[in-house]
Design a protein around this ligand. Structure first.
Ligand code: ADQ
Length: 485
């Protein structure tokens, strides 16, 4: 089996295993265990300049190769173009995106630097799998350096309709670069349709045929047994005792404006206002781990949430009951699994989400004898598979309140029937299966060029991606497409 080369913005620390490992490391565990592998990307550290030679650490069959990011690259590539521009645009939030030409230049610079550092490490028969929006340009850069290996790309976040994406300065250049990989994976059919439309509109109709939906999953059986084990621990017992027989609704998110937290808190407030019979009968625990805390938008979000939680607690709390418990510290994944099993309601209401694995984890964590109800945003990728959830418009607090009321009063048979279908779906679509499906599609793809193979600096292939700067081809191709249609 050929070596698997995973390229992602962040490389996990090889010492972090199981419960402490990051999301992508958990999702790729099975794929990495089966073959020799290299994981290439940013170390998470900054230095004066972005490194040119990766630091390599071998752990088992995987080599972890990392580069530090230069301070300016961290500012422009990571915080700037990736977080301030691409993240909001891809989540349909043009209005809060911030654009700066220096950020785009930094983004191009880091994608090119990653490709230049990676290319000499590649073997001719490697299978390369690039992850997420930080590295949209990487496959094109590798091709321009003469790499002929199969390259797959997977986007973990949504892809918006073309007219939204075009709000991104240099959108055409990004789309031309996105045409380089042999397989271009997204989470849902809607994302795939959007991306195909954008590629076709930019003069890359052939690339549109290489786009496919590969919905990511999680290890449901493993999470279910983790939840069952943790359910019996002291920390879960303490939470249960503190509830004094009240129902628990739980939300678990990174603190991010895409997760719909203010609207969710407002929805819970609406429940207490419009359905007074639930006052004193339900407690909402929201765990919102702080990420990107240094960015202004996130500081504003924190303030907004602090105020909203304070307002509702002030209005409805009793001496022996507070409606909302809100934690911004990190809570360990096993503990969360136990909490999810205790919860009567999982409240997962992102305004947009590529998939949202918390929704799947909530389903997997439930007690099969007495499962809780999932209240889920219709704009999460997970809504496609989890049709037993109560689907809500996450922007509408009244809709959330009505779903919470329905969940709190739902008969046991209906809870069970809804959960069973979702549990079957979650178990059928594990992370291991997702990775296998994607890699099977990639390994079935025709080799990009039968001629030379290897990062040997040979001439770039014709017709895949023009030589660097790849992005200059944007205009002529777009014109060609318009004439053709
Ligand atoms: P994220 O936006 O990070 O990921 P999500 O899928 O919900 O979103 O969570 C990933 C993992 O982080 C889950 O295992 C979850 O349990 C964990 N997590 C979230 N909040 C946590 C908290 N407060 N404390 C501890 N753990 C927490 C991106 C996309 C998603 C897509 C994933 C995977 O935005 O749409 O589902 O990648 O492709």
């Amino acid at each position: 089996m050929s070596r698997l080369v995973v390229v992602a913005n962040r490389v996990p620390d090889p010492r972090e295993r199981g419960a402490t490992a990051g999301g992508l490391a958990v999702a790729l565990k099975d794929a990495l265990a089966r073959r020799d592998a290299m994981w290439f990307g940013w170390s998470g550290a900054t230095a004066q300049e972005t490194g040119a030679t990766p630091n390599e650490v071998q752990a088992g069959r995987t080599c972890y190769a990392t580069l530090d990011l230069g301070e300016a690259d961290y500012r422009h590539y990571y915080r700037g173009f990736s977080n301030d521009a691409l993240w909001p645009v891809l989540h349909y939030r043009l209005g809060i995106a911030r654009f700066a030409r220096e950020d785009w230049i930094g983004y191009r610079r880091v994608n090119a630097a990653f490709a230049a550092a990676l290319a000499p490490m590649l073997r001719p028969d490697d299978t390369i799998w690039v992850h997420d929006f930080h590295l949209f340009l990487l496959a094109g850069e590798l091709r321009a350096l003469g790499c002929r290996q199969r390259i797959g790309f997977f986007l973990h976040v949504p892809f918006p309709p073309r007219q939204v994406f075009l709000g991104l300065p240099n959108a055409d250049a990004v789309l031309h670069a996105m045409a380089a990989p042999d397989v271009i994976g997204v989470q849902t059919e809607d994302d795939a349709e959007n991306l195909r439309g954008a590629l076709i509109g930019t003069g890359e109709p052939e690339a549109a045929t290489r786009v496919g939906a590969f919905p990511i999953g999680m290890d449901a059986a493993g999470f279910a047994s983790l939840a069952a084990r943790r359910f019996r621990t002291r920390e879960v017992a303490q939470l249960r005792e503190s509830l004094a027989g009240r129902a628990l609704a739980i939300g678990v998110d990174r603190l991010d404006y895409t997760k719909g937290l203010p609207q969710r808190i407002a929805g819970f407030g609406k429940l207490l206002q419009r359905f007074p019979r639930h006052r004193g009968k339900v407690t909402f625990l929201q765990v919102a781990a702080i990420s990107r805390g240094d960015v202004a938008t996130y500081r504003a979000l924190r303030r907004e949430l602090d105020e909203a939680v304070g307002r509702i607690n002030g209005q409805y709390a009793e001496p022996d009951w507070g409606p909302i418990r809100y934690i911004t510290r990190a809570v360990a994944r096993p503990t969360l699994a136990g909490y999810m099993r205790l919860a009567r309601i999982g409240l997962v209401t992102p305004l947009r989400d590529g998939m949202n694995l918390v929704a799947k984890e909530f389903v997997a964590a439930q007690d099969p004898e007495d499962p809780g109800v999932l209240v889920l945003s219709r704009f999460a990728g997970a809504a496609v598979e989890l049709d037993g959830a109560l689907l809500v418009n996450p922007l509408d607090p009244d809709d959330i309140a009505e779903a919470l009321d329905a969940a709190l009063t739902m008969p046991a048979e209906e809870r069970l029937a809804r959960w069973r279908g979702m549990d079957t779906a979650v178990r059928a679509g594990s992370a291991a299966i997702w990775a296998r499906r994607f890699l099977a599609a990639l390994e079935d793809a025709p080799l990009p060029d039968a001629g030379t193979a290897g990062g040997d600096g040979a001439a770039p292939p014709i017709g895949i991606t023009p030589p660097r700067p790849a992005l200059r081809a944007a205009q002529p191709r777009a014109h060609r497409a318009r004439r053709a249609s």
